[in-house]
Design a protein around this ligand. Structure first.
Ligand SMILES: Cc1cc2nc3c(=O)[nH]c(=O)nc-3n(C[C@H](O)[C@H](O)[C@H](O)COP(=O)(O)OP(=O)(O)OC[C@H]3O[C@@H](n4cnc5c(N)ncnc54)[C@H](O)[C@@H]3O)c2cc1C
Length: 467
């Protein structure tokens, strides 16, 4: 080990939830008795390589008092989540949203506004009101850029880029975080490592989404739950050529996009009265049911009936990316198919983001606060990545900082999280795509070893097999 460094808090992950945690920790010295705590933030690859930077649609929040209410946002989230949501955590999520949007703007995010200077509010599947703040169709990139710039401007936040954390060892009152070349000692660890999409062959997630934080937290004794609560997004673009699936945002359906089967017929009304605006799990299952009924796996989304200039202005990123692959979204239906998109479960935490292991917190997609229940309502995820980091920071600040006495620790392990990744992706795609195939889960279980992705796959199979 070459370097040994000392921080108060080590945040593993530099997406929305990790950067927001670091900023909230260092926001106000008054709440830490005038002490400026030192925060180390780790990013496995470049900061912009996180899944947050790919987010398109936006962030849900009740901001239009005349037409919207907290209880409507709460109920929409419950309905999408199959009423399996944690009611207390969901209440916190919904009611904290307006304040966190204000703080996000103070950190520098410039959200789209209408001509009157009010936030331009989008509509997405499962929402009964327009309540999605956004930055065109690249909200996540704008958010991460703003948070990263704000973090870089603070002397007491250090962002380590291209620094994959391979092990964390628990000492007496401190953690030792290992990146291979550096050992960082910190009293508190916050896991903010994102999702597990790279377990699947077809996913919208970035390459970093291999479940590292979930694996490391489990090794530290934290409870992991509901890892089989996976959201399959109905509209992954099917005409792309590279590994990651381009998402066709929920907002396209929210703004009038319709779904067509292989015979170019609209079909959603056969499966749900909300048609294209049903929650994502319902739409994904409807697509597979329609495929079985018709014997045809071709599906399309069509927004070509809208004014082309408006489409290009509202969805410039999607328009440009799809055009690169030979389709013009303003003129024709474009091919789509469901793919893995989001993890609802993860490291079990309470409403302050704390795990059942002392001074170990988790937030963002790797954490399970229970706010999403069985299926996440669109645009509640970036919101979760703002609300709970703030609460984690407040909890840590209240608990206080002291200098731990570092003793000898066991040598850290350096693991390759991507080992066997292609074999596992093939397996997951067959064993659990929208609906699980329990026989294949049983067969696949015994082929898995002890890397982060294997650990996550095993836990998913265990949950599915045991019902
Ligand atoms: C294409 C797409 C569109 C989306 N659109 C929306 C949307 O419109 N609205 C919405 O609410 N949600 C959306 N989501 C979901 C949302 O973006 C994510 O759930 C959320 O951004 C996750 O934030 P995070 O901070 O938890 O994780 P991420 O942003 O993925 O960040 C994870 C961080 O952890 C780091 N990391 C991982 N492993 C290690 C390791 N071993 N060592 C060091 N660092 C590590 C990564 O480098 C990264 O910095 C979308 C997701 C995708 C993929």
């Amino acid at each position: 080990m070459q370097n040994e460094l000392y921080y108060d808090v080590a945040v593993i992950g530099a997406g929305t939830s990790g950067l927001y945690t670091a900023l909230s920790l260092t926001d106000d010295y008054a709440t830490t008795g005038g002490y400026a705590c030192k925060v180390a933030v780790f990013s496995k690859k470049s900061v912009l390589g996180c899944s947050s930077a790919l987010a398109q649609g936006g962030i849900a929040a009740v901001l239009d008092d005349k037409n919207d209410r907290f209880d409507l946002h709460y109920n929409d989230s419950l309905i999408a989540g199959g009423f399996e949501n944690n009611p207390a955590a969901l209440r916190v999520l919904v009611e904290s949203a307006p304040d966190e949007i204000s703080r996000l703007v103070k950190y520098g995010a410039e959200l789209d506004k209408d001509r009157d200077g009010n936030y331009s509010l989008g509509l997405e599947g499962g929402h009964s009101r327009r309540r999605i703040v956004h930055v065109k169709d690249r909200t996540g990139l704008a958010v991460v850029n703003a948070l990263w710039a704000a973090a870089n401007a603070r002397d007491n936040i250090k962002v380590f880029e291209n620094a994959p954390v391979s092990d964390i060892i628990k000492g007496d009152g401190y953690y030792a975080v290992c990146t291979g070349t550096t050992l960082v000692y910190a009293k508190y660890v916050v896991m903010a490592t994102g999702g597990i999409g790279k377990l699947w062959k077809y996913s919208t997630n970035s390459d970093i989404a291999t479940g590292d934080g979930i694996y490391l937290a489990a090794k530290l004794g934290a409870d992991i739950k509901q890892l089989s609560y996976i959201q399959f997004h109905p509209t992954g673009f099917k005409g792309g050529t590279d590994g990651r699936v381009l998402l066709i945002s929920e907002a396209v359906r929210g703004d009038g996009g319709i779904l067509l089967n292989g015979d170019y017929e609209r079909f959603m009304d056969k499966y749900d009265s909300r048609k294209e605006l049903a929650p994502r799990d319902v739409v994904s299952r409807s697509i597979l049911a329609e495929q079985n009924a018709k014997g045809n796996d071709k599906f399309y989304i069509d927004i070509s009936h809208k004014d082309p200039d408006w489409v290009m202005t509202r969805f410039p990123f999607i328009y440009g990316e799809v055009l690169k692959n030979g389709y013009d979204i303003t003129r024709e239906p474009i091919p789509i198919y469901p793919c893995q998109h989001y993890l609802m479960g993860g490291i079990a935490v309470d409403e302050d983001g704390e795990t059942d292991t002392a001074n170990l917190f988790a937030t963002g997609e790797c954490a399970c606060t229970g706010v999403h229940g069985r299926n996440r309502l669109a645009s509640n995820s970036l919101l979760e990545a703002l609300v709970f980091p703030h609460r984690i920071a407040d909890t840590i600040k209240k608990r206080g900082f002291d200098v731990p006495v570092i003793k000898d620790i066991a040598p850290p392990r350096v693991t390759d999280t991507n080992e066997n990744i292609e074999a596992i992706q093939e397996l997951m795609q067959k064993a659990f795509f929208v609906n699980p195939n329990i026989e294949l889960c049983k067969q696949g279980y015994n082929t898995l070893d002890d890397t982060a992705i294997s650990f996550c796959a095993k836990r998913i199979f265990e949950e599915l097999i045991n019902g």
